[in-house]
Design a protein around this ligand. Structure first.
Ligand SMILES: [Zn+2]
Ligand SMILES: [Zn+2]
Ligand SMILES: [Zn+2]
Length: 510
C-alpha cells in the first residue's frame, strides 16, 4: 500500500499560491536558485518562519578532563554562511504553536510525546518498571462565572442549559436559554447568555491565579498521601512520590483547563513499587482538588478578596491501577493519553480564536485584563510593594493566563532539552559518519540511545560568530512552498500512523 500521491513526482497543493508567490517561484526556476531553496527548505524541515543568520563557526576537538576547562584540540571543521545553498544560514524557528509554524510545532509535539511516553512506559533513560505504577489522568476546570454560555453541541442539540426552567430570565431580563443549534465556528460559541451577569473580573483573576491553584493542589495531594500512609509530610518521599506532567488547554469560553497525568512511585523513586493503588490515589486526588482554595488579593482599595477554587466539572480516570493488569473498563490507553497531551501542548489561545471574526467574549476578557492592569498600577502607585496584578497587561493576549503550557515534575521523565540535544548529536553523528565513510547501521539501538541520551560531556566545541539577519523566508513563493511541503509531510505521517494502527489490510488496496 502506498501513500496516495506521495513520492518524488507528487505535486504539492499550491492552491493558496498568490500571484506574487507564483512570480517568485518562477523567478527561482529561471535564475537557477530553485535547487538551493529546496535544499535549504529540507534542512529546516520546511519551517514556516526560519531564522536567517550570517557568519561562521569552527568545530574543535575537546580535551577530556572532566570538570575542568578542557584544552581545545584539533580544528575539525569550519562553516561559513556564504557556503550555505542560499548564501545565508537558515535555522528552524522552533516555535511550539501549530498556527505559527506547522513543521516546528510537530517536532515539538513529537518531543513532548516522547517525553510523556517515557514517563508512562519507560525507555530513554527512564526505568521500564514505571509502566507498572498507578497512573491517573485528571482534567481540572475553571468554575462558572455567572451566566450560562452558548454551546456547540456535536449532537445538534439546541444550546439550552439543563438546570433552568424554560422561560426563566436573568435580572437583566435576558433569557437563560437559546433555541439555536450552533456551529463550532460561530463567534457566539463560548459567550455568556448575559454579558452583565458574567463576572468578567473574577474570570480573569481566576485565570491569573490558575498556576497557584495547581501548585496548591500538588501540595494538598502530598499532604493527603502522607496522612494516608501515616508518615509526617517531611518524610513522605521515603515512602512515595507523585510525578506529573500537565498541559493547559483553552476552552471556547476563554478559560484554561488542565489535563494532568499523575504517576505514583514508591520508596526508590521512578518505577519502584507504589505503596497504594490507583483507586486509592484517585480518591485522594479527588479530595485534594475539592479542598484547594486560594484567596486572591484585592485589586484596589475597595476591592474584595476572591476565594478561588476549581470548577465543579472534574474528571479523574484511572489509566492503570497499579495491580499490573490494566483496567478493562478504562477507555483510554496510556499511549492515547500521551498523544492527547502532546497535541494540546502545541496549541494555545489561538486554537479557540476564529480566523476572520473575533469572539466578542474573548475580546472582552482581553480588555478586562487591560482594565485590571490600569487599576493595579493606580492602586499601588507610590507604595513600595508591587501590585500582584501589575503585569497582567503583558498576558492579556493569553486572557490572563501566565503559566506554561506544559509542565512536568522533576522526576517524571527525561527533559525536552535532553531530547533536543540528542537530535543535534544524531545529526552530528550522521555528518561525522558521512565524512569518515562509516555506516551507522552497525550500531545497536541500545548503544545509539546511550550515545545520544548520555550525560557525558560533549567531545567537540563549536565556536561561532553569528549575526541575525531576519526571520522568515525572503519571498512569498518560498514561504508557500515550505508550507505546502510541511502540510504534505503531515499528511504522510498521518497516513503512516493510520496504516500502522490498522491491523487488517484494507480491501481493494495493495
Ligand atoms: Zn519553524
Ligand atoms: Zn446559543
Ligand atoms: Zn443578566
Amino acid at each position: 500500500m502506498s501513500f496516495p500521491g506521495y513520492g518524488e513526482d507528487a505535486p504539492l497543493d499550491l492552491s493558496g499560491l498568490t500571484d506574487a508567490g507564483l512570480q517568485a517561484v518562477t523567478s527561482r526556476l529561471l535564475d537557477g536558485t530553485f535547487d538551493a531553496f529546496a535544499e535549504t527548505a529540507a534542512a529546516v524541515k520546511n519551517c514556516a518562519r526560519p531564522v536567517r543568520l550570517t557568519g561562521r563557526s569552527h568545530t574543535f576537538e575537546l580535551g577530556t578532563r572532566r570538570g575542568h576547562l578542557a584544552a581545545v584540540g584539533e580544528h575539525l571543521d569550519s562553516f561559513h554562511s556564504e557556503h550555505a545553498p542560499l548564501g545565508v544560514l537558515y535555522r528552524p524557528c522552533g516555535n511550539r504553536r501549530a498556527d505559527v509554524c506547522p513543521s516546528c510545532s510537530r517536532t515539538y509535539a513529537r518531543d513532548t510525546f516522547a517525553m510523556i511516553d517515557a514517563g508512562l512506559s519507560g525507555g530513554k533513560t527512564v526505568s521500564a518498571t514505571v509502566a507498572e505504577n498507578p497512573l491517573l489522568f485528571a482534567t481540572l476546570t475553571a468554575p462558572s462565572f455567572g451566566s450560562h454560555i452558548h454551546r456547540h453541541d456535536k449532537a445538534g442539540k439546541p444550546c439550552r442549559p439543563d438546570n433552568r426552567d424554560k422561560g426563566a430570565r436573568c435580572p437583566h431580563g435576558r433569557p437563560y436559554a437559546c433555541p439555536k443549534v450552533h456551529a463550532a465556528d460561530e463567534a457566539v460559541v463560548g459567550a455568556p447568555f448575559c454579558e452583565d451577569c458574567q463576572d468578567w473580573t473574577t474570570a480573569v483573576v481566576w485565570q491569573w491565579w490558575a498556576p497557584e491553584l495547581w501548585r496548591r493542589t500538588t501540595i494538598e495531594l502530598k499532604r493527603a498521601l502522607a496522612k494516608h500512609l501515616d508518615v509526617p509530610e517531611s518524610r513522605l518521599k521515603e515512602r512515595a512520590s507523585v510525578q506529573f506532567v500537565k498541559v493547559a488547554e483553552y476552552q471556547t469560553r476563554g478559560m484554561v483547563h488542565f489535563h494532568a497525568l499523575l504517576r505514583l512511585d514508591g520508596t526508590d523513586g521512578p518505577g519502584s513499587p507504589a505503596p497504594l493503588d490507583g483507586i486509592k490515589l484517585a480518591e485522594l486526588l479527588q479530595k485534594a482538588v475539592r479542598k484547594v482554595r486560594f484567596d486572591a488579593p484585592p485589586i484596589d482599595y475597595d476591592g474584595v478578596t476572591r476565594r478561588l477554587s476549581w470548577g465543579r466539572q472534574l474528571d479523574i480516570r484511572i489509566i492503570r491501577d497499579g495491580d499490573r493488569t490494566d483496567d478493562p473498563d478504562a477507555v483510554l490507553t496510556p499511549g492515547q493519553v500521551a498523544g492527547y497531551l502532546a497535541k494540546y501542548a502545541s496549541k494555545d489561545v489561538s486554537s479557540v480564536r476564529l480566523e476572520d471574526t473575533t469572539r466578542p467574549h474573548l475580546a472582552r476578557m482581553t480588555s478586562t485584563c487591560h482594565d485590571l492592569a490600569e487599576t493595579a498600577s493606580e492602586f499601588y502607585n507610590g507604595l513600595c510593594e508591587p501590585n500582584p496584578y501589575h503585569l497582567i497587561r503583558k498576558w492579556s493576549h493569553m486572557l490572563g493566563f501566565r503559566g506554561h503550557f506544559s509542565t512536568k515534575s522533576r522526576r517524571y521523565s527525561i527533559t525536552l532539552g535532553r531530547l533536543r540535544r540528542a537530535r543535534v548529536r544524531y545529526q552530528q553523528m550522521v555528518a561525522d559518519a558521512r565524512r569518515n565513510g562509516e555506516s551507522l547501521e552497525e550500531i545497536s539501538t541500545a548503544e545509539l540511545e546511550a550515545r545520544l541520551l548520555g550525560e557525558e560531556d560533549e567531545t567537540t566545541l563549536v565556536i561561532g560568530e553569528w549575526a541575525y539577519q531576519g526571520t522568515g523566508w525572503t519571498n512569498p513563493g518560498d514561504e508557500a512552498l515550505a508550507l505546502a511541503a510541511a502540510a504534505r509531510a503531515r499528511e504522510y505521517d498521518q497516513w503512516k500512523s493510520q496504516t500502522k494502527n490498522t491491523n487488517q489490510p484494507m480491501r481493494g488496496t495493495k
